[in-house]
Ligand binder design. Structure first.
Ligand code: FAD
Length: 476
């Protein structure tokens, strides 16, 4: 079959691909967007949005339970139905992407439902069609939940984040395998709705990629919510007897009605036809340069690049890919003469098409939306030391700040500075609004604001973020 000539083909319309495809279509390019499941991907249907709706609900329960501490008494009767209903009606449209498909069409894109794969240089095959991309192909195929190779696990009806988000009726008990951000957020939600939750983690602490102090605060908060946490446990077998799951590790056995496996995510590169363009498929992620180029005429965005499994990474990268692709189109037009109106070439690109931004992850922010929230940016103390930085650390407990004391809040601010350069290279804010307080630290790390400048600022009293000034004093 003759391939059909288009400007750009985007394979996978999660948050990253949707952003690239929509913006390029709005810029006047002929864009084919291919999605095999739901346009929008993991974030709106099984990730960020519904999980944060659950968290919002669970946190109202937790606040209500604190009324007796501050304001009298109350009776709380948790009910999962409004949460499940809200996720179905408001977040996911009952897991229907009609609105997103329509939006892409209105932007000028052409949508095809199916699995796309490369079919030689510049070509993508989907269903029984083949497209030849004049300017580029963007691979934004994300990741899927990865399950560890534990005996018996694959034969059991365990949950991934999909079943956990779609659940309409809560189980009495839940085993959570994996103590990372996603596992802990869902753990706290279910525990606050009365589920007996047990977390099993192979490493020596939960939230192991963040500062040890953050792990301690979150573990204590979860225990206060009634969660059992077991670290340093290497599961060696899982069984399901039709009713209960049993997880075994040496002599220990953990049993529950449901098992949620949240031990990481995996890109499935073997499905993409990478061999047809000379790219190895036996890699963990698609290797990209700082303009997200994988190879001549091929870009990648989002989780599939391994730069950080966050929606804000996918959309950040999407902006760079859009700028780079439009730059390439302009250059091609300059040689061949413009063929179409590209007046709406989109924000962030240089009108001369010369200043394509480069990806820079120095100030990558991360938020774990437990209560207390863990916000972090840049390097942790141990990462900074591993890089040979002359590290200086300052930290304060939130309880020693006026707002933290008033709130009876747990948390901390921890700053990691490069003493030679006199700037922050990392920061952590744990507390009731840890993700929001993080914004100040993110600016400081991103813009390499001198410590002297940070010390000379006025910090509003009594805010949570004012604790940053105490942590700066602790830096010395
Ligand atoms: C429970 C949970 C909570 C999360 N919370 C947050 C949060 O609070 N904040 C945050 O920043 N991030 C969060 N994330 C992470 C966030 O969801 C991802 O980083 C984001 O969805 C990545 O977007 P993406 O476009 O790279 O991939 P995805 O969203 O995974 O989209 C990829 C799309 O490609 C499609 N696809 C794959 N292969 C093909 C193919 N061959 N042909 C056609 N289509 C294909 C898939 O069907 C999918 O729709 C959370 C994730 C989970 C699981």
């Amino acid at each position: 079959m003759e391939p059909e000539l288009v400007d750009v083909v985007v394979v996978g319309l999660g948050v990253g691909g949707e952003e690239v495809a929509g913006r390029l279509a709005e810029a006047g390019l002929s864009v084919v967007g291919i999605e095999r499941d739901l346009v929008g991907g993991e974030c709106p249907y099984w990730g960020c949005v519904p999980s944060k709706m659950m968290i919002r609900a669970a946190n109202t329960l937790a606040e209500a339970h604190r009324v007796h501490e501050f304001a009298g008494s109350t009776r709380v009767s948790p009910d999962w139905a409004p949460v499940a209903d809200r996720i179905r009606a408001e977040a996911t449209d009952n897991w229907d992407d009609r609105v997103a498909v329509e939006r892409f069409g209105n932007q000028g894109g052409r949508f095809i439902r199916g699995s796309g794969r490369l079919d030689g240089p510049g070509r993508v095959r989907v269903n029984d069609q083949v497209f030849q991309a004049r300017h580029g192909i963007v691979l934004s195929t994300g990741t899927r939940p990865a399950a560890p190779p534990i005996d018996g696990l694959a034969e059991t009806p365990y949950w991934t984040n999909h079943q956990a988000i779609e659940v309409a009726q809560l189980p009495d008990s839940l085993l959570v395998l994996g103590g990372g951000a996603i596992g802990l957020e869902l753990t706290q939600v279910f525990a606050r709705f009365g589920v007996q939750v047990t977390v099993v983690e192979a490493l020596d602490r939960v939230l192991a990629t963040e500062e040890p102090e953050s792990s301690e605060v979150v573990a204590a908060a979860l225990r206060a919510d009634g969660v059992n946490i077991h670290t340093d446990v290497l599961a060696d077998r899982v069984d399901h007897d039709g009713q209960k799951f049993t997880l075994r590790a040496d002599d220990a056995r953990y049993t529950a009605d449901r098992l949620l496996v949240v031990t990481g995510r995996q890109a499935h590169l073997d499905e993409l036809g990478l061999d047809t363009v000379g790219i190895r498929a036996d890699q963990r992620f698609l290797p990209v340069d700082d303009r997200l180029r994988v190879a001549e005429g091929i870009w990648a965005v989002g989780d599939v690049t391994g730069a950080g499994a966050f929606t804000h990474v996918a959309t950040y990268q999407a902006g760079i890919v859009v700028a780079d692709l439009l730059d390439r189109v302009r250059r091609a037009d300059a040689v061949e003469g413009p063929e179409r109106d590209r007046s709406g070439t989109g924000a962030g690109t240089d009108p001369n098409g010369t200043a394509v931004p480069r990806a820079d992850y120095r100030a990558l922010p991360r938020v774990t939306f437990t209560d207390p929230e863990v916000g972090a940016v840049g390097l942790t103390e141990s990462q900074a030391r591993q890089r040979g930085i002359n590290v200086q650390v300052g930290s304060v407990s939130l309880g020693s700040s006026a707002r933290g004391w008033i709130h009876r809040a747990d948390g901390l601010i921890k700053l990691v500075a490069d003493a030679d350069r006199g700037v922050l290279v990392g920061g952590t804010s744990v507390g009731p609004a840890g993700g929001e307080v993080l914004s100040g630290l993110a600016v400081a790390v991103h813009a390499a604001v001198p410590l002297a400048e940070l010390r000379s600022m006025i910090y509003a009293y009594p805010t949570f973020y004012r604790a940053i000034s105490d942590a700066l004093r602790d830096l010395g």
